[in-house]
Design a protein around this ligand. Structure first.
Ligand code: NDP
Length: 248
């Protein structure tokens, strides 16, 4: 399929972990995937991997926490391709600590990277989506944003904020063919969780109905459906993909 006929998907945090799996899956499903995160080399490697399997991708090295630059970058993607069909706000960080010891800096950095960046991207993408009368916005939240998590006041607040953002955007843009949903992973084995102590991982495993830790591909499969053409009647939803850990 020529690039101009493919749906264009912008995936943030595509350099590794969940974002990388989402990018690979959307490329396999025939999307042109714009791979975004801060550092170009891993994105170039991923682009080569996608192209060698017959897919189509391009690279966008950008810091989503730099709101003005990030907003312009999203607009430039829509301008370059003449369309922007799918936006996956996946980039995220943790700066964990109990609230009594949490610095303003750690609070602000997590809110800026995990929540404000999604608002900035949606605002920048909305015009192109409305013009095309098609859009699939997928925010990657967390079960921490639904049920809370000790030590993650900043992270849980950002992820809970994404739920309100998701539902509001769903209401604002639904009549224009644009849906907005949130996929909330539970515990997924990526760099983000790699350094957690084994007793914590064992404890989490006990809570899982399916008795295994999640993999990035588990989240990619959910995003593939939510961002598909056939999911046009699904909007404003929070989909917890957590092996039955919270059943939220
Ligand atoms: P990783 O730490 O493995 O990857 C994070 C990604 O985000 C990287 O690609 C990183 O790229 C990118 N990123 C971070 N900060 C920025 C920034 N300022 N600008 C651009 N890109 C940035 O995390 P996961 O794959 O585990 O997590 C992905 C999403 O899923 C996050 O939103 C996370 O909160 C959420 N999630 C993860 C869970 C888990 O158990 N793993 C559970 C629940 C939710 P680079 O550093 O190159 O910029």
């Amino acid at each position: 399929m020529p690039t101009s006929d493919r749906r264009v998907a912008l995936v943030t945090g595509a350099s590794r972990g969940i974002g990388k799996s989402i990018a690979l899956r959307l490329a396999r499903d025939g999307r042109h995937v714009v791979l975004a995160s801060r550092s170009a080399p891993p994105l170039n490697d991923l682009k080569s991997q996608i192209e060698s399997s017959g897919g189509s991708a391009s690279v966008l090295a950008v810091d989503v926490a730099d709101a003005p630059a990030w907003g312009k970058a999203v607009e430039s993607v829509a301008d370059q391709f003449g369309r922007l069909d799918i936006l996956v706000n996946n980039a995220g960080i943790t700066k964990d600590g109990l609230v009594l010891r949490m610095s303003d800096e750690d609070w602000n950095q997590v809110i800026q990277t995990n929540l404000t960046s999604a608002f900035v991207a949606i605002r920048a993408a909305a015009r192109a989506m409305m013009k095309g009368r098609f859009g699939r916005i997928v925010n990657i939240g967390s079960t921490s944003g639904v049920v809370g998590n000790a030590g993650q006041a900043n992270y849980a607040a950002a992820k809970a904020g994404l739920i309100g953002l998701t539902k509001t955007i769903a209401r604002e843009l639904g009549s224009k063919g644009v849906t907005c949903n949130l996929v909330a992973p539970g515990f997924i084995e990526t760099d983000m969780t790699a350094n957690l102590p084994q007793p914590i991982k064992d404890g989490v495993l006990q809570l899982m109905a399916v008795k295994r830790l999640g993999q990035a591909d588990d989240i990619a499969a959910a995003v593939a459906y939510v961002s598909s053409d056939e999911a046009g009647f699904l909007t404003g939803q929070v989909l917890c993909v957590d092996g039955g850990m919270t059943m939220c």
